[in-house]
Design a protein around this ligand. Structure first.
Ligand SMILES: [Zn+2]
Length: 96
């Protein structure tokens, strides 16, 4: 298949990946659970060895594209916040 633009190609790829994920969702979740269970000790060890590094990284300050400042560790929660969602909506509306 040929696409007019790179964006079109990316979008098509994204949609097909999503479709495949939804189709095989149960399998992926089962695999992820199995992997997590099998590597429990490794993950624990990694955390113990890198505790300070992980904490430092989590406490690092960052500035979001919406103008908010916060800790790295809170960035995922911030992305779900009302303030950030409103910014995203504005970005979408005014970029068209
Ligand atoms: Zn933000």
């Amino acid at each position: 298949m040929t696409y007019a633009t790179d964006e079109e190609k990316q979008e098509a790829h994204r949609l097909s990946a999503k479709k495949s994920y939804l189709k095989n969702r149960k399998k992926y979740i089962k695999y992820a659970k199995k992997y997590a269970e099998e590597h429990k000790e490794d993950r624990k060890k990694y955390y113990e060895n890198n505790k300070q590094k992980l904490k430092d990284n989590s406490n690092k300050r960052y500035t979001c594209e919406c103008g908010s400042e916060g800790r790295m560790g809170d960035s995922t929660r911030h992305k779900r916040s009302k303030k950030h969602k409103i910014f995203e909506a504005h970005k979408l509306i005014y970029s068209i």
